[in-house]
Write a protein that binds this ligand. Structure first.
Ligand SMILES: Nc1ncnc2c1ncn2[C@@H]1O[C@H](COP(=O)(O)OP(=O)(O)OP(=O)(O)O)[C@@H](O)[C@H]1O
Length: 257
């Protein structure tokens, strides 16, 4: 089996006032669409920010595409290949118009202004946002901003997508469009969301963060979460690369609800 795209090994992270993560390990493999769930304040957003180097772990190791990430230079390269859609779209959008915002990422990756414009226009078209190119970004509605924020990331053609509450503010039709679009993408992704229906439709795997730890979980059709049974974990384990024991997840064998 090839190396994981992203690997966290025994990550701990503390804010000055409180510890958040305490020994989190996991591996994101090609084809994974991971639902990352857990209560408010569990550290889901923090975990996504650690992966792209917006925060640095107190201890533990982060590997991306097989290489250890330590310096800002390392994480700069990670950010060229791992696209994060922020929880708050206003953190993502800062140009006067939608087209400029969506073309910014490709330009930043070194593409010419013409290529970046083409990337931006085709990405907007794929998301059904062609009519938005000349709109003033800060005047968009929250749901419109959400979709444009996704476009800014997809225009860079990342290898991995990190989506923080992607359905926030979306109406049903737009959410349906988002699900269909994401389902057709080849990229591995981690989706942080409290929207169970959205996660059930897309995810291939679920992880639950709580009390600083990450455990394998299972999303139920009825919106409840059950941890894997031993049999499930055994089945998962046989499909895993065991060369990195720290990435084995702790687990519970009883159902939660
Ligand atoms: N910059 C910061 N300084 C101090 N504490 C912070 C900071 N950012 C987040 N926290 C705290 O860290 C904890 C984890 O926050 P985080 O946003 O990662 O949680 P989350 O699981 O994404 O929550 P939610 O589901 O509510 O979005 C929270 O208690 C939060 O208050």
């Amino acid at each position: 089996m090839s190396a994981p795209l992203i690997e966290l090994r025994q990550i701990a992270f503390d804010y000055p006032e409180r510890p958040v993560l305490d020994g989190v390990s996991f591996a994101l493999n090609a084809g994974d669409r991971v639902a990352l769930i857990g209560p408010n304040g569990a550290g889901k957003t923090t975990l996504l920010h650690l992966i792209v180097g917006l925060k640095r772990p107190t201890s533990g190791r982060i590997l991306a595409f097989g290489a250890a990430c330590r310096s800002e230079q390392d994480f700069h390269q990670v950010r060229a290949r791992v696209g994060l859609v922020f929880q708050d779209s206003d953190d993502q959008l800062f140009c006067p118009t939608v087209l400029e915002d969506v073309a910014f990422g490709p330009m930043n990756l070194g593409r010419s202004a013409t290529e970046a414009r083409q990337d931006a226009l085709s990405t907007l078209a794929q998301l059904g946002l062609s009519g938005f190119a000349e709109r003033v970004t800060h005047r968009l509605s929250a749901g419109e901003k959400r979709m444009v924020a996704l476009a800014t990331v997809l225009a860079m053609h990342p290898d991995v997508l990190l989506l923080d509450e992607p359905t926030n503010g979306l109406d049903e039709t737009t959410e349906q469009l988002l699900v269909e679009h994401l389902a057709a993408l080849p990229q591995a992704m981690i989706m942080v969301s409290h929207d169970r229906r959205f996660l059930e439709r897309l995810s291939t795997r679920a992880l639950k963060l709580g009390d600083g730890r990450l455990v394998e979980a299972r999303l139920h059709r009825h919106g409840h979460t059950h941890y894997h049974t031993h049999a499930h974990l055994h089945a998962l384990g046989t499909a895993k690369d065991h060369s990195h024991p720290p990435s084995e997840l702790p687990h519970e064998d009883q159902e939660l609800d």
